[in-house]
Ligand binder design. Structure first.
Ligand code: NAP
Length: 251
């Protein structure tokens, strides 16, 4: 067998092994929230507000009439103003900055992400542990957190290119940290929902998409617009259907 074939076979074995390494049983889910948020306008704290999904969350939350605190490492980056919007400086790796801004909110929407793909990081897991600690200290009951399709019980459901290239070659460290992030959320006593989107696009919201623990597929690529992800995340503030579980979303 030539070297080319040996490398190809090893790479395929690694890609398949990686799918199994990222696989976890689905969280059990919960029937009802500990704290009901009712029908009033909410006070929402948005993490990752300067990012792609975060900006959609801020805009749509304001349009829905909520009060929004957008947490940003560099507040000027948001370049957006609204009477119901407060922009607060904060870094998820700095617990005190979160504790300073957390009191008085009804829920946290987290669209945290970064681009440090090629070496081990704990930004997502440590950052989320800090968010949860700050929420618990301030009695903020509900966390809606954006993760990724292809993690945990949806490992492998990201299409062939995702399975052979993106996850094993570009995102192994990142996905590993996402797995830890999800575990930390699952172990918390908050009312939480983990949202696992397919490949994100900046397209317009379609308003129609598939969601559930089993969406995605092993071969065909799947995607979803950040605008639709944000709308779905906001829906989870009052909808208990996926409470205590991780839900995939894609077209
Ligand atoms: N891209 C995809 O195809 C895809 C697919 C599925 C899931 N996802 C996941 O979806 C999530 C959102 O992705 P996105 O592309 O919409 O977001 P994004 O544009 O990458 O934005 C990430 C946000 O996180 C913030 N952030 C990073 N480190 C921080 C820190 N230490 N403290 C506070 N904020 C920090 C960034 O702030 P700065 O502006 O200061 O950097 C930014 O606002 C990510 O978790 C991503 O992995 C992505």
């Amino acid at each position: 067998m030539s070297w080319k074939w040996i490398i190809l076979v090893l790479w395929l074995l690694y890609a398949v092994a990686f799918i199994f390494l990222l696989r976890r049983p689905p969280p059990r889910g919960r029937r009802s929230s500990r704290v009901s948020l009712g029908e009033r306008a909410l006070r929402l704290l948005i993490i990752g507000a300067t990012g792609g999904t975060g900006r959609q969350l801020v805009r749509q939350a304001l349009e829905a009439g909520h009060q929004v605190t957008a947490v940003a490492r560099r507040p000027a980056k948001l370049n957006f103003s609204d009477p119901k919007l407060q922009v607060a400086p904060g870094d998820v790796l700095d617990l005190r900055s979160l504790e300073a801004v957390m009191p008085g909110h009804d829920a946290v929407l987290c669209a945290l992400g970064h681009k440090q793909f090629f070496w081990p990081t704990k930004i997502l897991s440590e950052g989320t542990a800090n968010i949860i600690q700050a929420m618990q200290s301030a009695n903020v009951p509900r966390l809606i957190c954006e993760s990724s399709l292809g993690v945990g019980s949806t490992s492998g459901q990201v299409g062939l290119i995702g399975n052979l290239f993106v996850y094993p070659l570009i995102l192994p460290f990142y996905s590993w940290d996402k797995l830890r992030q999800e575990k930390i959320i699952e172990e918390s006593d908050l009312d939480w929902v983990i949202i696992r989107p397919a490949k994100l696009t900046d397209g317009a919201a379609r308003g129609q998409y598939r969601h559930g623990p089993e969406v995605g597929g092993y071969f065909m690529p799947v995607s979803i617009a950040r605008a639709d992800v944000a709308a779905f995340m906001l829906e989870q503030l009052r909808n208990d259907r996926y409470l205590g579980s991780a839900v995939g979303i894609c077209y």
